[in-house]
Design a protein around this ligand. Structure first.
Ligand code: PAF
Length: 286
């Protein structure tokens, strides 16, 4: 039976806990989350446990990464279930701060990524990655972590955070963990809970199309325009799915490529009902 993790509700306490852990020579691994944890998060926690001596999970639905018309208020939350899950996993500390403690009166500084945040999801969510970078920078400092673990389902987020840490010399190792999927192919996401059974069936068009595209690349196809046209036509045949974007990009610069070289990334976003879903697949040519 695992011990309950230490639950820390304010940044000052988090920082004090982290300083003690560092003084005791512990390597701190952080998994930043917005809660409503699922099997995909379990894998992130397990990865953190292999790269750190102590594991901290943060649970914070960060207002600055949501646009006014997005789902901040309705974002699913269940702290008790999350704590039970993290206890089973043997996580050492849970940092679940309030909005007021993270963004106190007079808060005035943001971290703004540029080129990497202007493609893919950044086109329809122009302030999103500024909010992500700001809160991640704060979490890295508050938890004094040596290593932080992110899911590659949010591939653009992972790459932007990696670049932020490099550019700002934050001295933290960033680990990206491959996407975990349900048996029907859907990438695990807290937002999947918004989908009805029918919408879930329709949503499968996203991983299926990405998988078909990756197979075509593995079989030798390399012209992005042809591959994307085929993918767009496939998604258009699913009446419940509305394609926001699909792109083939260089996996590091995230800029579109006309030909898939040795490596590439195909990323896409679709809206099913009112739920926006993102997914991606890494491409390896023959
Ligand atoms: O991926 C998420 O859940 C969030 O964007 C993160 C990294 C926890 C920042 O709020």
């Amino acid at each position: 039976m695992n011990r309950k993790p230490r639950v820390i509700r304010c940044p000052e306490q988090m920082h004090a806990w982290a300083k003690k852990a560092r003084a005791a020579g512990k390597r701190i691994a952080l998994v930043p989350t917005m809660g409503f944890l699922h099997r995909g998060h379990d894998v992130l926690m397990q990865q953190a446990q292999t790269v750190g001596d102590v594991t901290v999970a943060s649970i914070f639905v960060n207002p600055s990464q949501f646009a006014p018309h997005e789902d901040l208020a309705s974002y699913p939350r269940d702290l008790d279930a999350d704590l039970a899950r993290l206890t089973l996993l043997g996580v050492d500390a849970v940092f679940a701060p309030s909005v007021a403690s993270m963004y106190p009166e007079g808060f005035d500084h943001y971290v703004t990524p540029t080129a990497l945040a202007q493609t893919l999801c950044g086109k329809s969510r122009p302030q999103h990655f500024r909010g992500v970078c700001t809160v991640v920078a704060m979490l890295l400092r508050m938890t004094l972590c040596h290593v932080a673990v992110f899911g590659r389902k949010d591939y653009q987020q992972w790459r932007i955070v990696q670049r932020m840490v490099r550019d700002l010399w934050l001295d933290v190792e960033i680990v990206g963990v491959p996407t975990v999927r349900d048996a029907d192919g859907l990438a695990l996401s807290s937002r999947n809970s918004y989908l009805s059974a029918k919408q879930r069936l329709a949503a499968q068009i996203l991983p299926r199309t990405l998988n078909d595209l990756a197979c075509a690349v593995a079989d030798g196809a390399c012209d992005s325009a042809t591959l994307l046209q085929h993918a767009r036509e496939t998604i258009a045949r699913e009446p419940q799915a509305c394609l926001e974007y699909i792109a083939i990009v260089d996996p590091t610069s995230l800029q579109p490529v006309t030909q898939v070289g040795l490596q590439g990334l195909c990323a896409a976003a679709v809206v099913v009902g009112k739920t926006r879903l993102i997914d991606n697949c890494e491409l390896r040519s023959a």
